[in-house]
Design a protein around this ligand. Structure first.
Ligand SMILES: O=C(O)CCC(=O)C(=O)O
Ligand SMILES: [Fe+2]
Length: 227
């Protein structure tokens, strides 16, 4: 399932990010492309571990840690340090699937990619093209969100970034290992949690039905979670 998460960064935060990224030392994205990706990847990225990528990445991680919708949807156990990319002048990333396990540079930690995320840092009217197209059970879905919004999608899905034919598409992207590896189990928990959240404004907090549903949520999570 493709899940949009609005307002991960405020417009003011996006403005600060963009100011810092405008002067960033962008590198050819081919540097980190695997054998298959080399044929389809045309973009720029910030080097992993560059001071700016680390600083901005940590700001994003702090925001995500306080975002109830993100926590509910991703149930994260580990997040690969956010990376940054830029597509301009026809830049594109053809159809590919992300690697299943990624070693965090400079550490012995690896992250299994259960979910992939793109956090848009340019407004849709700043560039033409650049849609993130994701193949799922109901066909292709395209995401081109407002700056500050993020889309989450299963890392198992084939996806591509359409050529950017005007302007520049700037984004952060990352991979998430979830406490609940199975996509459909995680989606069930997300739907249940959202339904419970929706009810809690309507019925009193000690409502028995609400307590029962909350217990079911936690007991399913207890069965399925690998923290
Ligand atoms: O730029 C994006 O939205 C996605 C990038 C991507 O798919 C990747 O780097 O693997
Ligand atoms: Fe990808």
């Amino acid at each position: 399932m493709l899940i949009p998460i609005e307002g991960v960064l405020s417009k003011d935060e996006v403005r600060q990010f963009r100011e810092q990224l405008a002067a960033a030392p962008w590198e050819d994205g081919l540097k980190t492309a695997g054998t298959l990706a080399r044929a389809v990847k045309r973009n720029q990225q910030l080097a992993d571990g560059s001071p700016l990528a680390v600083e901005l990445g940590n700001r994003i991680l702090r925001k995500l840690g306080n975002n109830p919708l993100f926590i509910s949807a991703a149930l994260p156990s580990r997040i690969y340090p956010p990376k940054f990319n830029r597509y301009a002048d026809g830049g594109t990333y053809g159809a590919h699937v992300d690697s299943a396990v990624m070693q965090v540079p400079g550490s012995s930690v690896s992250v299994r990619s259960d979910l992939s995320a793109t956090l848009f840092l340019a407004e849709p009217d700043e560039y033409d093209g650049g849609e993130l197209e994701i193949e799922g059970p109901f066909g292709i879905q395209a995401a081109k969100l407002e700056a500050g919004d993020m889309v989450l999608y299963p890392s198992s899905s084939l996806h591509r970034v359409m050529p950017v034919t005007r302007g520049a598409r700037i984004a952060s992207f990352m991979w998430i290992q979830s406490m609940v590896q199975n996509d459909s189990s995680r989606t069930l928990l997300f739907d249940l949690d959202q339904a419970i959240q929706g009810m809690s404004g309507v019925v009193p907090p000690d409502d028995e039905r609400l307590l029962k549903l909350t217990a079911v949520y936690h007991n399913l999570l207890r069965q399925w979670a690998q923290p």
